[in-house]
Unconditional design. Structure first.
Length: 384
């Protein structure tokens, strides 16, 4: 029986796993019920040596070898109220698997079952990891790495469901695949008072507005037109009443870049502009920069391996070359700083409009026909 045939045979089981995880979403580093179910499934499969790392992370090894191929799935859910009509909708209020991590875990468990059934054909060891807290920086990857999850690993693969691609297709790209992300928090501390007497106050809103306005020129005037970067203000909170000059304005934003030099430039410039805006308007300032995830760069040889494997299973026409990097970010990039990696997109969109909502949407869902495909792809990669 071929790997894809075995995955299709196990479809019902993989779908049931995905729906269990979907119904029981848990936040980063608190995926206890999730980890327990993963451990139970791996114990049922047999053949794997299983251990906990980084609190709720699960690692499973199979095969006797000094070198290992690593396959990764993420585990955590988002703080989001689900608004789908699915019979398996979230049972945990305010939490939802709106980024496909439920599918990633189910597919990796499906791959584990196939790998175990073909253990005698393994040419090298395999390490399967279920990683907590991908969604929230600093993420779970660094915690896993610090506990030795990459020891002996020579290559690592991960996939991500992607509703803009139809089920039955994958998206691949060698080189830079996803952006680095950095977050910043700024508080302008002014002197509140009556709106009729602004000269006696120090207006934090004006300082914040000055800052927001000035940083808009950074992309157009400081970043090369041949480079790409994104600078977004996501929140601006200030004031309580129309006739009170606000004493404090709090702003949150994010920086996305595709090379280290541009990242360093924008981090430096955002802080300088924030401080100079505070100086000009005579307010105090609190500035915090949170360096989040690094650039995700796919290894050329591993990407070619994914292309060949996917072409064998899906046909060459369903292996889509991604032209441009995404400005989204992923903590799988941390593994890429240590070993060669390949991160690819798995088509999860179907004919029903309910499967085409973007990630992090309260109506996000997938065409579950993608699940055996993802399981087969991940399993096949370790036999390449």
């Amino acid at each position: 029986m071929t790997i894809i045939d075995e995955a299709i045979k196990n479809s019902k089981e993989i779908i049931e796993l995905r729906r269990f995880f979907h119904e029981n979403p848990e936040p980063g580093f608190r995926e206890e019920k999730t980890a327990e179910r993963i451990e139970k499934e791996l114990e049922r499969i047999g053949e794997f040596e299983v251990r906990r790392v980084a609190g709720t992370g699960v690692v499973a090894d199979i095969g006797e070898s000094l070198s290992r191929i690593m396959l990764r799935a993420d585990m955590d859910a988002l703080e989001l109220e689900e608004k789908t009509d699915a019979s398996y909708a979230s049972k945990n209020q305010g939490l939802m698997h709106a980024c496909g991590h439920d599918a990633h875990m189910a597919m990796l468990l499906g791959a584990a079952k196939i790998i175990a059934s073909k253990k005698k054909d393994l040419k090298r060891g395999v390490r399967i990891i279920f990683q907590p807290s991908e969604e929230t920086a600093p993420g779970g990857a660094q915690a896993m790495i610090s506990e030795g999850v990459l020891d002996g690993v020579t290559a690592a693969f991960a996939q991500h469901v992607y509703p803009q691609l139809s089920a039955g297709a994958i998206g691949v790209k060698s080189g830079v695949m996803m952006a680095a992300s950095d977050d910043f928090d700024v508080a302008f501390i002014g002197r509140e008072g009556h709106a009729a007497f602004p000269n006696d106050c120090r207006d934090s809103i004006v300082a914040g507005a000055e800052f927001v306005s000035r940083i808009q020129t950074l992309i157009s005037r400081r970043v090369s037109p041949f480079d790409s970067a994104v600078l977004t203000i996501g929140s601006f909170y200030a004031g309580t009443r129309r006739n009170i000059i606000a004493g404090e304005a709090r702003i949150q934003g994010t920086i996305r870049t595709l090379n280290q030099e541009t990242g360093e430039l924008l981090r430096r410039q955002v802080e300088q502009i924030a401080r100079s805006s505070a100086t000009a308007l005579e307010t105090g300032i609190e500035f915090k920069l949170i360096e989040s995830y690094p650039i995700l760069e796919n290894d050329i040889e591993l990407t070619d391996c994914v292309k060949r494997t996917a072409a064998d299973i899906l046909g060459e026409k369903n292996v889509i070359e991604i032209k441009h990097p995404s400005m989204g970010s992923e903590d799988f990039a941390y593994y890429g700083g240590k070993v060669p990696i390949c991160f690819f997109r798995l088509g999860s969109g179907g004919e029903e409009s309910s499967t085409r909502f973007c990630h992090h949407n309260s109506k996000f869902n997938i065409d579950e026909s993608c699940l055996p495909i993802g399981a087969a792809l991940m399993a096949s990669l370790v036999f390449e």
